[in-house]
Design a protein around this ligand. Structure first.
Ligand SMILES: Nc1nc2c(ncn2[C@@H]2O[C@H](COP(=O)(O)OP(=O)(O)OP(=O)(O)O)[C@@H](O)[C@H]2O)c(=O)[nH]1
Ligand SMILES: [Mg+2]
Length: 599
């Protein structure tokens, strides 16, 4: 009565087509309509990237195929790692033009280490500059470099146009749909379900969390052994052996886009469980007290921290609907239910310290909050410094992969080494230099925007958290000063025109400003207090014509990520549903001077 089950994840570098492939697989098997996408979250739609890994399942030739679509962005790499622990094979999607990229390497390395045998999908073969054969060779090289065993080296390859729902085994074939890939999945991916496994005592391990307003925390888990039933008393074991009891009160399976309530699920299936409010990733849900816990699933440690506080700027409370300390606290508490890897210290009454894994991790939380109507201010992110067992200081490092035209490599190398980056690899190919650096996260802060300018937008920079290593001491960075408004009102084009010579402005004409708001940077020198609302003298009639000639350089509009990157220690980033502003913590010059003196 149960269908045979296969469990796969789709992994790749960002944008290589994982979600397009998942969508196409669902369309072909009748699970989704023409215009459906798995990137259902508003933020995902807007950014065109996958942020949260998602589960679905399709039925093909009487087999249930559970699929996990994973995010490709390096900042979500630890999420992919968790997923890999709960499936039996991966589709490694590689862009037929770009070839293997840094995240391809990372996710493949993890898959190979876990003993998985990937199926390679060379995607986007319709691109004019696609070179599937060359990319196939590059993928093979990568398998070898990463120490793949003979069985893994014998991987199968599919050539695909995910966007059109087409896949073929040989470049010269002329397929109509994804059947060649689906048949290959049935042939290559081990069967997850078996009667023998299903009759063992229950062992289930969550690899992701979900949340439902009525049901509370949900665990997304693989049934490793046994048969899970709805309404069932269970034991929950931590990897350390601690045990507690609980009760499963609802059980779901993923079917197409929907979660479907079920009574039971057999070994090999992926389910969602309600009723265990304190369940966590890597714990083992079992039916007997004396069963052994499954091997732990590690969760990466946060690398940065920053404070969240009420928006108490002069414009605070005007643009949002959820603005109080208590509302912010409740929102953060809710976030902890699902956001694996996030930590929050609620011990201070008026600000909450949030620990996250990189700026994007935190930026996405903030972006979600502002969309929901929250206003909040945050302090500058700082890296987390730890101590090893001998008391030596450790700090987070990133592995940075940079690809630039050859003539720009000199500047990049100079800047990276000034920021204490160590080059690990350098290759030159077709006029492009590819370099890999290890650099303290601290050193990388603020570099991205400089990189874009230095390489005139032609460079590519990817970074990935590489864990904690020895603290490297002070890092000297050339920091720009802040241009701070000393007046409150509407910024005038005339003033901004004069100010834009001094640095880069973050605001345009008619923006609302207040005393203490940072409206731009100062390219030379230190902090600068300015008056952006000052108009031209009325008596100066001659310039009425000249007024029209005022050309304002488009401002560098503050986005969340940009704001977090450029803000200084004595500043807050003010985040509302409508605006992102930068301000000094102390709004007047006098207060700032006093604070500086106190040190
Ligand atoms: N030309 C072409 N474009 C494709 C194909 N498959 C996907 N794309 C496009 O590539 C872009 C990225 O596709 P996604 O499926 O979102 O990529 P992804 O790997 O899920 O991206 P992340 O989840 O953000 O890592 C989209 O604009 C797709 O329309 C293909 O076969 N051919
Ligand atoms: Mg995606």
């Amino acid at each position: 009565m149960f269908m045979e089950i296969r469990d796969i994840a789709i992994i790749a570098h960002v944008d290589h087509g994982k979600t397009a492939l998942t969508d196409a697989l669902m369309r072909q098997t009748g699970m989704a309509s023409e215009d459906f996408t798995m990137d259902t979250n508003d933020l995902e739609k807007e950014r065109g990237i996958t942020i949260y890994s998602k589960n679905t399942s399709i039925n093909y030739k009487n087999t249930k195929i559970n699929i996990v679509d994973t995010p490709g962005h390096a900042d979500f790499g630890s999420e992919v790692e968790r997923v890999l622990r709960s499936i039996d094979s991966v589709l490694l999607v590689v862009d037929a033009q770009e070839g293997p990229m840094p995240q391809t390497k990372f996710v493949l390395k993890k898959s190979l280490e876990l003993g998985l045998k990937p199926i390679v999908v060379i995607n986007k073969i319709d691109k004019p500059a696609a070179n599937p054969n060359h990319v196939h060779e590059k993928v093979l090289e990568l398998f070898m470099d990463l120490g793949a065993n003979d069985e893994q080296l014998d991987f199968k390859t599919v050539y695909a146009i995910a966007k059109q729902g087409i896949a073929k085994l040989k470049p010269e074939d002329d397929p109509k749909d994804l059947s060649p890939l689906l048949d290959l999945i049935l042939k290559e991916v081990p069967v997850a379900s078996s009667d023998a496994k299903s009759s063992l005592p229950l062992r289930v391990q969550p690899f992701n969390l979900g949340y439902d307003n009525f049901l509370g925390r949900l665990a997304i888990a693989r049934v490793h052994e046994g048969t899970i039933k709805n309404i069932q008393n269970v034991f929950v074991k931590k990897p350390t052996g601690e045990v507690r009891t609980g009760k499963i009160t609802k059980l779901f399976t993923f079917r197409g886009l929907e979660r479907k309530e079920i009574d039971k699920a057999i070994a090999g299936d992926i389910v969602m469980i309600a009723g265990l409010p304190d369940i966590y990733i890597g714990e083992t849900i079992c039916e007997k007290n004396d069963q052994e816990a499954l091997p732990a699933i590690s969760i990466d440690e946060p690398t940065i921290s920053l404070n969240f506080l009420v928006n108490n700027s002069p414009l605070g409370g005007k643009e949002g609907t959820l603005v109080t300390n208590r509302q912010i606290r409740e929102r953060l508490e809710k976030e902890l239910e699902v956001n694996v890897g996030l930590k929050i210290d609620f011990s201070s009454a008026d600000s909450y310290k949030v620990f996250g894994r990189g700026e994007l991790h935190v930026a996405i939380l903030l972006e979600n909050m502002r969309r929901e109507g929250y206003e909040v201010q945050v302090s500058q992110p700082h890296v987390i410094i730890k101590k090893d067992e001998n008391g030596n200081k450790l700090e987070p490092f990133e592995e940075v992969t940079i690809d630039v035209p050859d003539d720009m490599s000199g500047t990049v190398i100079a800047k990276m080494s000034k920021r204490k980056g160590n080059m690990a690899e350098m290759k030159m190919e077709n006029g492009h230099t590819k370099m890999i650096f290890e650099i303290p996260t601290r050193g990388l802060f603020g570099y991205r925007s400089e990189f874009v300018i230095d390489t005139r937008g032609e460079g590519i920079l990817y970074s990935r958290v590489a864990g904690f290593k020895s603290y490297v001491g002070a890092i000297e960075k050339h920091e720009l000063g802040s241009m701070t408004s000393m007046a409150t009102g509407k910024a005038l084009g005339f003033s901004l025109y004069n100010l834009q010579e001094r640095g880069t402005l973050y605001i345009g004409a008619n923006s609302e400003v207040y005393g203490g708001m940072v409206i731009g940077n100062v390219s030379k020198g230190d902090e600068m207090a300015v008056n952006p609302i000052k108009g031209k003298q009325m008596s100066n009639m001659r310039s009425s014509g000249a007024d029209e000639a005022i050309r304002l350089v488009p401002p560098l509009v503050l986005t969340l990520e940009r704001g977090l990157e450029i803000m200084k220690d004595d500043e807050y980033l003010e985040i509302t549903p409508k605006n992102i502003r930068l301000r000094k913590k102390y709004l007047t010059e006098v207060e700032r001077t006093r604070a500086r003196r106190k040190g």
